[in-house]
Design a binder for this molecule. Structure first.
Ligand SMILES: [Zn+2]
Ligand SMILES: [Zn+2]
Ligand SMILES: [Zn+2]
Length: 351
């Protein structure tokens, strides 16, 4: 069955979001080894006097950053959500429906160095970022009204990141946003009907098949999921069943740092560019209830398709009907898995 599907147009089900993706493998030949255009290597300066995230610099809101030496967190100067939002709602005939929403938005700088991205940081430095994510999650969920904490990173101009300084955002909401709410429902339904965890079972299948695994260490597995929409989409799963990052043991935090570095090195090596993506973690809701169904994971959604300049667009059929892809997830995984684990800039320096 699977052999036939590899050649035929077909649709694949995403059990997390309960949506379908259309796969059209007949539209591509075996993949070109990514075309290298030698641009988009990104910046290489350590300090940019005009960057509002560099140590010691003034931010748009007027505050000045301290001379920080590892990670640095501050409240977004132009937050999308405000903590002291009053509770207001409206409902006219179930057709005009709205509800006020409280929240907090923070920014976390990964490093004082303006151009030091995760694939070029040491594993120890990435581990400090992991610790900062855990601290933020735990401190934000102490607010009694917080129900969901979203850690996410937009990398590169293609993804709308206005500043190359390596950083992520952390938004804490009073209400569960769309995608985590859908995933929660899927995890709960799966546990109810199959008496086990959706992603533990999925991981077992992927480890048995080994065709979509990109990289693995003792704590984590990176795969191009069967239902991937973006050409080189990756799902990072903890090998152990747990619901939130702060539950990771000390050695597991180091292994998470390692897999994030391994994934992003391969991404940069694919088209020899500073590979753009949106990534983020999905952790259990912060509603004070036990969530035995939830499995901690991270998604990477990168837009590049064929080179540093050719990107995938979500238009036409995708906006109106269903997302569609040509290169199969199996070929994307094979391509990523075959890349060197040495960053191309380091390899160039050493040669
Ligand atoms: Zn900077
Ligand atoms: Zn699990
Ligand atoms: Zn998810």
């Amino acid at each position: 069955m699977t052999g036939d599907l590899q050649q035929l147009p077909h649709r694949r089900f995403n059990p997390l979001t309960r949506e379908w993706v259309l796969v059209s493998p007949h539209r591509t030949q075996r993949p070109w080894l990514g075309k290298v255009e030698g641009s988009g290597a990104g910046t290489t300066v350590d300090y940019d006097p005009s960057c509002y995230l560099c140590p010691g610099n003034k931010r748009a809101g007027g505050a000045r950053n301290p001379q920080y030496t590892s990670t640095f967190v501050f409240g977004n100067d132009y937050p999308a959500l405000l903590p002291d939002t009053p509770n207001v709602s409206t409902n006219e005939a179930d057709l005009i429906v709205a509800q006020s929403e409280a929240g907090m938005c923070r920014v976390l700088c990964y490093s004082p160095r303006h151009s030091l991205t995760i694939p070029l940081m040491s594993t120890g430095e990435v581990r400090q970022v992991v610790d900062a994510w855990c601290e933020q999650f735990q401190s934000l969920e102490k607010f009694p009204w917080v129900r969901h904490i979203q850690i996410f990173e937009n990398r590169g101009e293609l993804m709308g990141a206005s500043n190359p300084h390596p950083h992520c955002q952390i938004w804490a909401n009073a209400l569960l946003p769309n995608i985590p709410a859908t995933e929660l429902y899927s995890f709960q339904e799966y546990l109810k009907t199959k008496k086990s965890c959706l992603l533990c079972d999925y991981l077992k299948l992927e480890l048995a098949k080994k065709v979509r695994v990109v990289w693995q260490n003792q704590g984590f597995t990176a795969i191009v999921p069967y239902w991937a929409v973006w050409p080189f989409e990756i799902l990072v799963l903890s090998n152990r069943h747990l619901a939130a990052m702060h539950q990771l043991a000390s050695d597991e935090r180091f292994l998470l740092a390692d897999i994030l570095k391994q994934v992003t090195i391969r991404y940069d090596n694919l088209f020899q560019t500073s590979f753009p993506y949106s990534m983020g973690f999905h952790q259990r809701p912060s509603d004070g209830v036990a969530h035995p169904e939830w499995h901690f994971h991270a998604h990477y959604f990168p837009p590049l398709l064929r080179s540093a300049r050719v990107r995938k667009y979500m238009v036409g059929y995708e906006m109106l009907a269903t997302p569609q892809r040509d290169i199969t997830p199996e070929l994307a995984a094979e391509q990523l898995a075959n890349l060197s684990d040495v960053h191309y800039l380091i390899a160039k320096e050493n040669s």
